[in-house]
Design a protein around this ligand. Structure first.
Ligand SMILES: Cc1ncc(C[n+]2csc(CCOP(=O)(O)OP(=O)(O)O)c2C)c(N)n1
Length: 244
């Protein structure tokens, strides 16, 4: 039976410090549950970016490594090349992966480095107070777009799965969400696929989680799930973009 609700062995027995309703905890739990199922907890290194994703360090019970903001793609590639038998995963926010670390993300994907990237898209820079990210929706208010995101000044939302899907090398790319149980199951299956691609030596894999940030969005946890369903998913459609 898939472990979706119970605590996987890779998570410490503690209450995490994520804001109430934040889906970071759901994504982290699914990743750990897959690593546990595949008996990879002892063989994995998780490279965190900077942001709320880095809080993950405190809650996981596997080897982990920080990186400068945005650089997990480069750090993870280096670890994997030095230690090919290690399972190397990254855990990154949208500011980290799609803005400050865009070059490292693109280059790791384009080289087809055999790593699995887990990307939490919450449409803002969560940890530093909800600034606009590349994934911020049109008209969405953030602390740096108080009148909303407008194309003439701020450009358009960036779709990382679609962008990486233009490259030749990546082997697995999927977008999922954890807003309810059926989606949690699909998300877990995608995480498992990504890790399996790495085990099979197929190269770069990425799973994007369309996520939330109730605190900076200024809504309740339940309202944030509704926002994902009604506003985020039309912009960021779910599915498998590539499965080689
Ligand atoms: C080089 C550098 N620039 C800026 C910062 C400040 N900073 C810390 S966390 C963060 C935002 C992270 O946002 P995101 O990657 O979307 O992750 P989230 O917190 O939403 O999970 C920023 C800009 C930093 N630590 N290092």
């Amino acid at each position: 039976m898939e472990k979706i609700y119970s605590r996987p062995a890779g998570l410490k027995k503690m209450i995490n410090g994520y804001c109430p309703g934040c889906l970071h905890s759901a994504a982290g739990k699914l990743i750990m549950s897959v690593l546990e199922e595949l008996d990879l907890l002892e063989k994995t290194v998780m490279v965190d970016g900077v942001g709320c994703c880095a809080s993950n360090h405190s809650y996981i019970d596997i080897d982990a490594c920080g990186s400068p903001h945005g650089r997990p793609g480069a750090v993870a590639s280096a670890i994997k090349r030095c230690s090919p038998e290690t399972i190397v995963v990254t855990y990154q926010g949208d500011g980290d992966l799609a803005s400050i670390g865009l070059a490292e993300t693109m280059m790791a994907a384009n080289r087809g480095d055999n790593i699995s990237v887990f990307f939490i898209n919450n449409a803002n820079y969560g940890m530093t107070g909800g600034q606009m990210a590349p994934t911020t929706l049109m008209d969405m208010k953030t602390s740096t777009t108080p009148y909303g995101r407008h194309a003439d000044e701020h450009g358009y939302p960036m779709h990382m799965c679609e962008v990486l899907n233009t490259l030749t090398a990546p082997s697995y790319i999927a977008r999922v969400t954890c807003i309810d149980a059926p989606n949690m199951r699909k998300a877990r299956a995608a995480v498992k696929q990504a890790i399996q691609h790495q085990l099979d030596g197929k190269g770069f894999s990425m799973v994007e989680f369309v996520s939330n940030c109730p605190t900076n969005w200024g809504v309740s946890p339940l309202e944030s799930l509704k926002f994902i369903k009604e506003k985020m998913l039309p912009e960021f459609p779910l599915g498998e973009f590539r499965n080689r």
